[in-house]
Design a protein around this ligand. Structure first.
Ligand SMILES: [Zn+2]
Ligand SMILES: [Zn+2]
Length: 128
């Protein structure tokens, strides 16, 4: 059985906004995808311990996030916490037909590819 519990995500964040066109370049806090100028994305804003937090997600990650949160009776999940929660869920399931496994694989693969791409760009910038 999945042991994920609500804690931080039992009640809603202060604001979730779907943005149609990004006005500056950002990176998805779940999969590290580049959100280029003009690309749609979702911004999540909340306050915890008296601090403001803002994270962003690409539409693909946010759709998966919402689906996963709903089926786990969570009000929301921050983009930066989503992959680890998803990992916790799948690790707790011994069943290889776990319905969340494909979602985890898909996002983890996306993250890996995006990080490889970003590292290549950084190496190029450093070494010319
Ligand atoms: Zn993403
Ligand atoms: Zn679960």
């Amino acid at each position: 059985m999945c042991k994920i519990e609500g804690s931080d995500f039992d009640s809603g964040p202060s604001r979730i906004t779907r943005i149609e066109k990004s006005r500056k370049q950002r990176w998805c806090d779940t999969c590290d995808a580049e959100l280029a100028v003009g690309a749609p994305y979702v911004t999540v804003w909340w306050v915890s311990d008296g601090n403001n937090h803002t994270e962003v997600a690409c539409p693909a990650c946010w759709d998966a996030n919402e689906t996963f949160a709903k089926s786990h009776a969570l009000a929301w999940i921050s983009p930066g916490s989503f992959l680890s929660l998803l990992g916790d869920c799948v690790v707790d399931e011994d069943d290889p037909t776990d319905p969340w496994r494909p979602m985890l694989t898909e996002i983890a693969t996306r993250l890996r590819d995006n990080v490889v791409r970003r590292n290549a760009r950084v190496a190029e910038a450093l070494h010319g």
